[in-house]
Each structure stands twice: as structure tokens, then as C-alpha cells.
Design a protein around this ligand. Structure first.
Ligand SMILES: *Cc1c(COP(=O)(O)O)cnc(C)c1O
Length: 239
């Protein structure tokens, strides 16, 4: 898939955004490579993924299984790392292992057990993040903050070896102001620290937070994975 006039802005955007992420990380007193960019390619076709790949981007995010399953096989064997960032319907759980390396949206023990069973059967494991509904909005998925420790306890008891528990994920509240978003990111970091203190989990240190409009604040608050769609690919296409 050639890079042409319609996709070259993507190449530039990847370079620009990566540069900015590095600057923001340094400004926050962090090494640039502690913040990884997940390019959210949902609604965008394979030729746009190819453009980002040409710019050196290898981590990509998708939020529906149906769309992901048409795109992921196009790049088989090319070293891409796919992140599932949407709400997972239980009837799609079987497709997660095998297509994705990372799962950002674990929010129930039943779903975790289901995914773990399929991963084990497929002989793979998934890097897994627990999604927290930090703003307690009814429209959002994720475990409510007061139920987080209980969920982690159940996960540890269930001993799901095919799921490698790596940290937390959140979507900031829909707000025009930076304030509530920044507080939501700080809160997610506190919850991560709470889990670390309480459970002493090895490697549980990832914070997936920050999208195109708010990744600067997220990096300030400790994001290790930022999920950017429109900043890389431009406005979303209609599905
Ligand atoms: C779409 C999406 C993103 C990227 O959103 P942009 O605003 O385009 O950067 C990040 N995270 C999740 C969960 C998404 O669904």
C-alpha cells in the first residue's frame, strides 16, 4: 500500500505527536520511552494504518471486534501490536486472544474468566488492564472505583494465568475544561498506587489514559499508554 497525498499527513502526524509526547514526558521528569503511543485506527482503513506503520508506529488500537477482524489479518507477520480498547461483548470474547496482544477494558470477573479460557485454549496470554469508570458516568463502562479492589481480589483468587494484569485504564469525563479531566487522571494514578500497595502485583504499573484532546494532562499525571485517534488519523470516518 503506497503512501500518497491522502496518507502522507499521517506520517507527519506520527512524527509530530511522538516528538510532543517525548517533550511532555521530559517536562514531567520522566524518560520519553515511559510513554507509549497507541494509534487508534478505528473507522480508518488499512491504507491509513500502513501510513502510520511506515512512520514507525507499531501499536494500534481498535474498539470493535468486527472492524478489527477485517483489519488485523491484513498486517499479519509485520510486527504490529494490537490493543483492544472498546467494550468487549461476551460473545466476541473468543476472538480477543489471537488478534490482540493487549486488552484495556476488563471490567468484570465473568468476562475475565471467559477471555482467559479462550486465551489458554489458544496457548496465548493477554496483557490486561482493568477499566475504571473514574467519573462514575452511567454511560461509561468500567468498574466503579469502590469495587476496584474487590475485582482485583477476585481476579487473583481466580488465578487466570493467561491474563497478565498490567494496570488500569480510564476515559476522562466529557468536559470542556481541563480541570475535571486532570483530576480523573490523577485519581486513576492514585488507584493504581493503591493496588500496588495493597496487592504487591509484579508488573502492575501501566496507566492507559489520555486521548487526542487530553493526552498532555494525562502524561503529566503519569500515563504510560496514550490512545490517540484523531491526532494521528484526522477526523473519524463514518462506520
Ligand atoms: C476512539 C477512542 C480513543 C481515541 O480518541 P481520539 O479522541 O480520536 O484520540 C481513545 N480511547 C478509546 C477508548 C476510544 O474509543
Amino acid at each position: 500500500m503506497p503512501i500518497d497525498e491522502s496518507t502522507s499527513p499521517i506520517v507527519e502526524a506520527v512524527h509530530r505527536v511522538r516528538g510532543e509526547i517525548a517533550t511532555l514526558a521530559r517536562r514531567a521528569g520522566r524518560a520519553p520511552d515511559t510513554v507509549r503511543l497507541v494509534a487508534v485506527s478505528k473507522t480508518h482503513g488499512a491504507e491509513r494504518v500502513a501510513a502510520a506503520l511506515a512512520a514507525g508506529q507499531t501499536a494500534f488500537g481498535e474498539n470493535t471486534m468486527q472492524e478489527a477482524m477485517t483489519k488485523i489479518p491484513v498486517f499479519a507477520g509485520r510486527g504490529l501490536e494490537w490493543h483492544f480498547i472498546g467494550h468487549l461483548q461476551s460473545n466476541k470474547a473468543k476472538f480477543l486472544p489471537g488478534h490482540f496482544a493487549w486488552w484495556h477494558s476488563l471490567d468484570s470477573i465473568a468476562l475475565a474468566q471467559r477471555v482467559a479460557r479462550y486465551a489458554r485454549a489458544a496457548g496465548t496470554s493477554l496483557q490486561t488492564l482493568i477499566e475504571v469508570n473514574v467519573s462514575a458516568e452511567p454511560s461509561k463502562h468500567g468498574v466503579a472505583p469502590p469495587s476496584l479492589y474487590g475485582l482485583v481480589e477476585s481476579l487473583l483468587q481466580a488465578n487466570l494465568t493467561a491474563l497478565s494484569l498490567r494496570g488500569l485504564m480510564a476515559i476522562a469525563p466529557n468536559s470542556a475544561d481541563e480541570g475535571p479531566r486532570q483530576r480523573a487522571f490523577a485519581y486513576l494514578r492514585e488507584l493504581l498506587e493503591g493496588c500496588q500497595t495493597r496487592f504487591g502485583l509484579h508488573g502492575f504499573n501501566e496507566l492507559s489514559m489520555g486521548m487526542s484532546d487530553d493526552y498532555r494532562a494525562a502524561i503529566q499525571e503519569g500515563a504510560t499508554l496514550v490512545r490517540l485517534g484523531s491526532a494521528i488519523f484526522g477526523a473519524r470516518e463514518k462506520r
